[in-house]
Ligand binder design. Sequence first.
Ligand SMILES: *Cc1c(COP(=O)(O)O)cnc(C)c1O
Length: 231
Amino acid sequence: MLKENLAHVEERITEACLRAGRKREDVTLVAVSKTKPVEMLREAYGLGIRVFGENKVQEIRDKYDSMPSDVRWHMIGHLQTNKVKYIIDKVELIHSVDSLKLAEVIEKEAAKHNRKADILLEVNVAEETSKFGLKTVEVLPVYEKIAQFPHINVRGLMTIAPFVENPEENRSVFADLRKLSVDITEKNIDNVNVSILSMGMTNDYEVAIEEGATMVRVGTGIFGARDYSVH
Ligand SMILES: *Cc1c(COP(=O)(O)O)cnc(C)c1O
């Protein structure tokens, strides 16, 4: 099943890239493996997946040692400041930085490990009260500040679009995030460069790619529905 799912997702990514006149290699597929057992992650690894997205610190710690060392772990869920220390040396990218305070803690922990942490700023484009993330108007000032931190590379922006029946309804959300990235880049601020746009999930990643996503986070489409009752 996983093999067929992955082939299907891969095909749809390729087609979305074609429609948008973009190169397939400009879009990174993050396989969102949260709640899924390590056996499934290993199977995905065997099929060529290297980038895995998880949304819980504990789950990354649990799975980390059970997977090959060339796996690139992405933290995509809300991150509490007191838990940064557990994953700072394990993740390639933190997608979900939503406050200056969190960035300050990441800076401190990255410094301890003498490394530079790659992060994205999470933007609550649709301003849903149920979601984390900076408001669009807050992004530039926070971006500029964090860009000066010596142990952080701000690589771009991430958003979680609203849950909708028809993915077309999220097109404007993705277009808005892309516009924000262009606006920030055009200001030509030192150290400020927005190259990654993490947007699009199982329900809407094709629309996100058409609107400029460079990373899509696909869980259900690869691993099947999640069963939260067992957790
Ligand atoms: C769970 C999750 C995803 C994947 O969602 P699917 O609809 O299963 O593809 C993507 N991004 C974030 C931040 C998530 O928490």
